[in-house]
Design a protein around this ligand. Structure first.
Ligand code: SF4
Length: 462
């Protein structure tokens, strides 16, 4: 077997949400302590890791197909070490080892810190499904590759057990990190890496309930308050933007709505998944709110922050969903006018309650509904994005546009992507991490265009 000391380059293929991206960063950090460097491609890596996602059937299938491609690489170079981790590793670990004997290692969502030892011993590790044992959540990150934006996981796991969701089985019961540890990690990112925007992550961040050193509990509102205080000349001096995702409508209360008005560091953007507009479907989903409750929360947040940008998740074709149920979803979409929706066709997930029900909405009908939903939303998104035309927007520069290298890309506080050019004589070169005040000149349903501001506006922004 290959010892860890002969494996120096690691390539990690990541699937799924920002939490998996964060876990990949943590894996790189753990492996860096043992001398591993990040490889640009799987060909140059001696260690190849798949960090999988199982929230949707499609992402699980993608990870398994990728495993097939990596297996071919291993066949041509048997010294390569192949590891499979993340959510699919957590729930399907023993099965995967049997099904794919060429896999050297399989591990679960909470075992990536054991990677160096696993490489020594070549023993797979995963926690018991749904195990609720106390876990030391994460090592504080120093992430040398951190840019001006960074993620910090504040909660892991979920106690809600929505009937369609595999997360409580892949990530376990919900646990919250201590507020001190979170602020320490943020301070490292802000002070040592120049991070300006932080996204707090968790499956359900608004049920955050972290115990501090004195044994007292801190809510998400109190954590946001702490970030605000520390960003005003404290440990987080230099932090300009704070966001969080994802949230559950049940746990979104008036304090959290008020935070958007009272804490300037908190960006005017909220992602709050409503999943379906029909109360009958919401009941079957075990979401424990009605469409009316959700709409009231939308009103509440707009009361405190009228210009807030909103986004959401929607599942189409849940078992028993009728055309009339789907119309209710469209009604909510039209009434709220989200900036964006992330919509998914329902697919059965193992271990969940809904797996036992008949998946009775035909695929063709699911597809037709999702197209209708997306067409409806596209028109709304274009309207929302166009509202800023003629206004000045504060933009954090993210880098060159992926599709057009002559353009730059940035993000506004409302999380809207904006493209612009810096080809103006006499202007200092733009770079990633700059804040600019741009005049919004055009908009589509997914981006805005910006240009040099009028004379009276700053370039770049303070
Ligand atoms: S709240 Fe979110 S993560 Fe938790 S079970 Fe429901 S859908 Fe899954």
């Amino acid at each position: 077997m290959v010892s860890q000391f002969s494996v120096k380059k690691v390539y990690i293929q990541t699937y799924g949400c920002q939490m998996n991206t964060y876990d990949t960063e943590q894996m790189l950090q753990v492996l860096a302590t043992k001398g591993f460097e990040s490889a640009k491609s799987p060909d140059e890596a001696q260690l190849i890791v798949i960090n999988s996602c199982s929230v949707r059937e499609k992402s699980e299938t993608k990870a398994l197909s990728q495993l097939g491609r990596f297996a071919a690489l291993k066949k041509s170079d048997p010294s390569k070490v192949l590891a499979f981790g993340g959510c699919v590793g957590q729930t399907e670990g023993p099965k995967l080892k049997k099904q794919f004997p060429f896999l050297d290692l399989v591990f679960g969502t909470n075992n990536y810190r054991d990677l160096p030892e696993m490489l020594d011993e070549f023993t797979p590790r995963w926690n018991e499904i749904g195990g609720d044992e106390e876990r030391d959540l994460l090592v504080p990150s120093k992430r040398p590759e951190a840019k001006s934006q960074a993620f910090i996981t504040i909660t892991n796991g979920c106690d809600k057990f929505c009937s369609y969701c595999i997360v409580p089985f892949t990530r376990g019961r919900e646990i919250s990190r201590s507020p001190e540890e979170i602020v320490e990690e943020a301070a490292v990112l802000v002070q040592q890496r120049g991070v300006k925007e932080i996204m707090l992550l968790g499956q359900n961040v608004n049920s955050y309930w972290g115990k501090n050193k004195q044994g007292a509990f801190t809510s998400l509102f109190q954590l946001l308050e702490l970030f605000q205080k520390e960003s005003e000349g404290g440990k987080l001096n230099g932090l300009k933007r704070l966001r969080y995702t994802t949230s559950h409508p049940r746990d979104f209360d008036e304090d959290l709505a008020r935070a958007f008005r009272d804490f300037p560091v908190l960006c005017e953007f909220l992602h709050l998944p409503f999943q379906a507009g029909s109360d009958a479907v919401l009941r079957k989903m075990r979401r424990f709110y009605t469409a009316k409750d959700f709409l009231r929360k939308m009103e509440l947040v707009r009361k405190y922050r009228p210009d807030i940008a909103l986004s959401t998740d929607v599942i189409v074709g849940f078992p028993t969903e009728t055309r009339a149920d789907f119309e209710e979803t469209l009604r909510v979409i039209r009434e709220v006018e989200f900036d964006n929706i992330y919509s998914f066709i329902y697919s059965e997930r193992p271990y969940t309650r809904s797996e036992q029900w008949v998946d009775d909405v035909p695929l063709a009908e699911k597809k037709s509904r999702i197209h209708e939903l997306l067409d409806t939303q596209r028109a709304i998104s274009k309207k929302k994005y166009s509202e800023d035309i003629g206004q000045i927007a504060e933009v954090l520069v993210e880098g060159r546009s992926k599709n057009n290298a002559s353009l730059w890309t940035g993000r506004t506080r409302k999380n809207r992507v904006i493209h612009f050019t810096d080809e103006v004589p006499g202007i200092a070169p733009v770079k990633e991490g700059d804040f600019l005040n741009l005049l919004v000149t055009d908009a589509s349903h997914s981006w805005q265009a910006g240009e040099l501001p009028l004379k009276e506006h700053q370039w770049p922004a303070a």
